[in-house]
Design a protein around this ligand. Structure first.
Ligand SMILES: Nc1ncnc2c1ncn2[C@@H]1O[C@H](COP(=O)(O)OP(=O)(O)O)[C@@H](O)[C@H]1O
Ligand SMILES: [Mg+2]
Length: 240
């Protein structure tokens, strides 16, 4: 595990209220994996870009699986970018790598970050039986990944048992915008009475073992530059 498994997801609302910009970060080496839940247009892909930019500047390996295949279209020639039905290949790659690492256990690994945008959209392409297989592969990766430095970031519109085998294996959950009742009870059950509808880019972070935090995701000032940084990280040719 690696001290660089830490990244910023926004600013703390309570500090902004008194004029202070206090970054809020997640550290996968302490609490692994991140689930991002938000209705369409509430800022999931935007937040993923911010996170990808930071991870791209670390020495880990990034895999981006983008079901919609529109927002990240600039990345289409990158080796580690998988769009639309190819999300299944990305999942298989990560699952094989998990098994490989599990069967040749070492003490340190280069971190592997598996980022999936619109997971539920991807699953809805398939009949139930295949859906179960993919859900199971994701669940195993969540459960076993941390020990071998494989970390998962999943974004979807609604948290629902149909799409996830529980949310317990996600140590971090972010909800943005106006969340549905089901999403609130699945992701923020402990705090469900505190969650109120928010505007785009505003929401909550729940990290296991920490109190609920209100966060504001900043605007990306130079999106083209951010995309260039991500592109470089996803295009690298060297093997694991
Ligand atoms: N925190 C933010 N600050 C400024 N603009 C944002 C923020 N989050 C999202 N946006 C903008 O809002 C639009 C919708 O965001 P997007 O990330 O595509 O939503 P989603 O992926 O949840 O559908 C995009 O044009 C995006 O650039
Ligand atoms: Mg999106």
């Amino acid at each position: 595990m690696n001290s660089t498994d830490r990244f910023v997801v926004g600013y703390e609302q309570s500090a902004l209220d008194v004029g202070v910009k206090l970054p809020v970060s997640i550290d996968f080496s302490v609490v692994p994996h991140l689930l991002i839940v938000a209705p369409s247009g509430s800022g999931k892909t935007h937040l993923l870009m911010l996170i990808l930019k930071q991870l791209a500047q670390r020495d880990g390996k990034l895999i981006l699986a983008d079901f919609k295949g529109v927002d990240f279209i600039d990345l289409e020639n990158c080796q580690q970018y998988y769009r639309h039905q190819n999300v299944a290949q990305a999942l298989q790659f990560v699952f094989d790598e998990l098994q490989n690492r599990m069967s040749h256990l070492r003490t340190t690994y280069r971190s592997l970050y598996f980022v999936v945008d619109e997971w539920s959209g991807f699953l809805s392409l398939y009949p139930k039986k295949e859906q179960e297989t993919y859900k199971q592969q994701l669940a195993s990766t969540l459960m076993l990944g941390r020990g071998v430095s494989i970390f998962v970031i999943v974004a979807l519109q609604r948290a629902d048992a149909v799409y996830l085998c529980g949310r317990d294996n996600f140590g971090n959950c972010i909800g943005l915008g106006s969340l549905s009742k089901e999403s609130i009870s699945m992701t923020f059950s402990e705090y469900k009475d505190l969650i109120v509808p928010k505007q785009r880019g505003h929401g909550y972070l729940q990290t296991d073992g920490k109190p609920l935090r209100e966060i504001v995701v900043p605007k990306i000032r130079k999106p083209e530059k951010v995309m260039e940084i991500i592109k470089l990280a996803l295009g690298e040719m060297e093997s694991l």
